[in-house]
Design a protein around this ligand. Structure first.
Ligand SMILES: Cc1ncc(COP(=O)(O)O)c(C=O)c1O
Length: 398
């Protein structure tokens, strides 16, 4: 592999990366600098909902880039006004604040909840989050996370986060006190290995939070924008949260995120929130075409159908190799490997030209483009099948 021209050392070494340099992407495929092709079931970590470099996004960016890049967040711009209105029209929320990353949107949600507590609940500031939850890498969002590995990092953490257990309402109820202002969760815990909150739990949580006048915040950065077969995951449970955050898929590959709130929860005053690039027209122009594609009912039906196909193919693979359950919804699925072999499978798949992710040592996560084809799914399954046969780690019963 030709790696000589690349000055790898100039980048901070924040994670283990294979020494391939990606130069091009189209749909479900990526190419590295040697010309090797990869079938991508990671898609920028569930970001490229329409696949790599979709023409609609490229065109929207090119058109907007020639018109207006950044007037200043202190002025209105057309794409951000239109995108905010479209998000409001498609959801149960009334107002939107745009951010540049999921963590920033969640940071905004935390601030909004604390503002609500200051205005309406005698300064209540505590937010109940969940063991295993992931909300980002700023100091406050890391403090909100229930990720074990974060517990000892960057102390002291931001105070005010108490951790309950997912799908255990009693554990939430136990933590509610006079300082509590909100409950915040991912409807499906992604980084923890795809652990869904049940629809019933979400409904009970909504009832409990209403009973105690607490805000319900759903972090839909991974589950939103059609990923689980509805535009937003909360629709599955037929509930209306007070606050939602979006990221990843909302920009179809460009850095865009959003904080949405109902009228009641939308209580920022001038000076409370802002940011230089927030709601810039370039990113919002991309967001507009992405939403237009994804919100179409035929598109969402396609996600459901393709998700069921991927799920059944993974179940067949699991049965054939004596592996565990398939978890998740739509096109956010995990395969339980029952053994800590995830990292090794990811490396072998990479060598074979297939990108998959192992969020936990014993699980593989699949987050392909929402328009991934059945042929591409079959190609990925074939690759995994071959790796599992070669590894001989499990019995092949069919
Ligand atoms: C559920 C959830 N929330 C927040 C984040 C943070 O988003 P970002 O990496 O864009 O800051 C992520 C990223 O993986 C996520 O999955």
């Amino acid at each position: 592999m030709n790696i000589a021209p690349y000055p790898f050392d100039a980048l901070m070494d924040i994670t283990t990366r294979p020494q391939a340099v990606f130069v091009r992407g189209q749909g479900s495929f990526l190419w590295d600098n040697t010309g090797k092709r990869y079938l991508d079931f990671v898609q920028g970590w569930a970001v490229n909902c329409l696949g790599h470099s979709p023409a609609v996004v490229a065109d929207a960016l090119a058109t907007q880039a020639k018109l207006l890049l950044t007037p200043s967040p202190a002025f209105y711009n057309e794409p951000s006004l239109k995108l905010a209105k479209a998000l409001v029209d498609h959801s149960c929320f009334d107002q939107v604040f745009f951010a540049n990353s999921g963590a920033e949107a969640n940071e905004g949600a935390i601030k909004l909840a604390r503002k609500y507590g200051a205005l309406h609940k005698n300064g209540a500031f505590e937010i109940i989050t969940f063991e295993g939850g992931f909300h980002g890498r700023t100091l406050a969002t890391m403090s909100a996370c229930g990720k074990k590995a974060f517990e000892t990092l960057f102390e002291p953490k931001v105070p005010g986060f108490r951790k309950a257990k997912l799908n255990d309402l009693a554990s939430v109820r136990k933590l509610i006190n006079d300082n509590t202002v909100a409950v915040m969760l991912e409807p499906i815990q992604g980084e923890a290995g795809i652990w869904p909150a049940t629809d019933q739990f979400l409904q009970e949580l909504r009832a409990l939070t209403k009973e105690h006048d607490l805000l319900l915040i759903v972090d839909e950065i991974q589950t939103g924008m059609g990923r689980t077969g509805t535009l937003f995951h909360y629709e599955h449970a037929d509930i209306e949260p007070d606050i939602m955050t979006l990221g990843k898929g909302i920009g179809g590959g460009v850095p865009l995120a959003a904080l949405l709130a109902t009228e009641r929860a939308s209580c920022f005053e001038h000076g409370d929130q802002g940011g230089t690039f927030n709601g810039n027209p370039l990113m919002c122009a991309a967001g507009l075409v992405v939403l237009d594609q994804i919100a179409a009912s035929e598109f969402l039906k396609g996600v459901v159908d393709t998700g069921l196909f991927l799920e059944s193919e993974l179940q067949r693979l699991s049965a054939r190799h004596g592996l565990g359950e398939v978890r998740g919804r739509g096109l956010l699925l995990a395969l339980d490997l029952k053994l800590p072999i995830g990292a090794s499978i990811v490396v072998q798949a990479f060598e074979a030209g297939v990108l998959i992710n192992s969020p936990q040592p014993d699980a593989l996560r699949f987050m392909p483009a929402l328009n991934v084809s059945r042929e591409e799914i079959a190609e990925m399954i074939e690759c995994l099948d071959a790796i599992l046969i070669k590894a001989g780690i499990a019995r092949r019963v069919a």
